[in-house]
Design a protein around this ligand. Structure first.
Ligand SMILES: *Cc1c(COP(=O)(O)O)cnc(C)c1O
Length: 399
């Protein structure tokens, strides 16, 4: 990097987070090595209790990944060939692939363009007598509109599987993600708000029978003593992951507050730079606690790809979640969906742009991001346009 290039802003900085908790994490990890108990065990059991309390769920079951959490939930609910599961096409791939993986058919319904979550009305006309579950995703850390979804499920006598991979600690009408449906699925992939030192996941449920079954399915369906009544998989949480995650869980609410403050600052910056006619910040619905796993704006007027490219040239981190909705993925061609089928999803796919939102992000970095967008859109009338958060110039000059 030359001295005249702007200060780069990383999209995420896990090193900065680790620096804040290094000694705590190292102590916890060393304890696991002293114990030499690496799979499940006390560390995982304690972590399961911590999460059950955090989410106010009766049961929590640690598994190997968020993907496996979804897979195990579907297996435990006996969803398979001939069944349909309604879900969102605007999500990470695993949401849809797990449904196909158990042999069922994913049915993609359109999203609400304000929250980017599954639209309850669009679910309505996708229900058939083959529908065996509804799987809403709490995308980017804001809960889906769960009440109408739950009512619809109850009316049809089917379960609701929450994909809460991005939403630990998110709330809907005062209740946490993971207890808003029949079963909740979490991911501890390193970039999630509660991220481990590798893969990890967890299932929550208030249903004791479902909990027992998922506990069994994660260890090959073993009833104990190598007796197998059904075929499970190997999907257990490692003690090392649980140890790291227990440390991080103690900091999660503080980190969430910092993410929320960053979001408020972005909103103020978009106002200051008079960009609100072409950049729409995420909308937080009044009955929700948004935990901002992503802060994804809508860039209007067909300018998203230009902004993306210009920010990348300035070494300002940004990303598109998700560049191709699931109903238009090649592997789901057999479902017979085509472009135009889910117009809101496709519109948001073409406009969304995720900006850095990690807890350690500074005000000056945020202003660099917004000035970068303003410049890309031809809205920065002059490089001297006054800054909001700092009098120091945004461009670092050679000393
Ligand atoms: C991350 C994620 C998953 C998968 O979790 P992994 O732990 O990576 O397997 C599933 N659904 C959504 C919405 C996710 O963001």
């Amino acid at each position: 990097m030359t001295n005249n290039t702007p200060t780069p802003v990383p999209f995420i900085n896990l090193v900065a987070q680790y620096q804040r908790i290094k000694s705590e994490v190292q102590e916890a990890v060393l304890k696991v090595f002293d114990d030499q108990s690496f799979v499940l065990g006390d560390e995982v059991a304690e972590f399961e209790c911590d999460i059950a309390e955090y989410c106010d769920s009766r049961n929590a079951i640690g598994v190997a990944s968020g993907t496996d959490a979804l897979l195990l939930a579907l297996m435990a609910l006996e969803i398979g060939p001939g069944d349909e599961v309604i879900t969102s096409p605007f999500t990470f791939f695993a949401t849809g692939s797990c449904i196909a993986r158990v042999g069922a058919t994913p049915v993609f319904a359109d999203i609400d363009p304000v929250s980017f979550n599954l639209c309850p009305d669009s679910i309505e006309n996708k229900i058939t007598d083959k529908t065996k579950a509804i799987m809403p995703v709490h995308i980017f850390g804001q809960c889906a509109d769960m009440e109408p979804i739950w009512r619809n499920a109850v009316r049809n006598g089917i379960p609701v599987i929450e994909d809460a991979a991005q939403a630990i600690g998110a709330e809907y009408r005062g209740r946490r993600a993971g207890v808003l449906g029949t079963v909740g699925c979490f991911s501890f992939f390193p970039t999630k708000n509660l991220g481990g030192a590798g893969d990890g996941g967890l299932v929550t449920t208030d249903d004791p029978d479902l909990a027992t079954r998922i506990r069994r399915l994660r260890v090959h369906g073993d009833l104990g003593g190598y007796q197998h009544a059904e075929i499970g998989i190997n999907s257990r949480l490692d003690a090392l992951q649980a140890a790291v995650l227990r440390v991080k869980l103690r900091h999660l609410d503080k980190w969430t507050t910092e993410r929320q403050e960053n979001a408020r600052r972005y909103n103020a910056l978009f106002r200051h730079y008079q960009l609100l006619d072409c950049v729409e910040p995420p909308t937080v619905l009044p009955d929700r606690r948004h935990v901002y796993n992503q802060y994804s704006v809508r860039v209007k007027g067909g300018q998203r790809d230009k902004v993306l490219q210009d920010l990348r040239e300035k070494h300002i981190g940004c990303a598109i979640y998700y560049p191709r909705p699931l109903h238009l993925q090649q592997c789901f061609e057999y479902l017979g969906c085509k472009a135009g089928d889910l117009p809101q999803t496709e519109l948001i796919t073409s406009e969304c742009l995720a900006l850095p939102i990690f807890s350690e992000l500074t005000e000056v970095q945020q202003e660099t991001v917004v000035r970068g967008i303003a410049e890309s859109l031809g809205r920065l009338s002059s490089p001297q346009f006054p800054t909001l958060y700092s009098d120091t110039p945004q461009i670092s000059k050679a000393a």
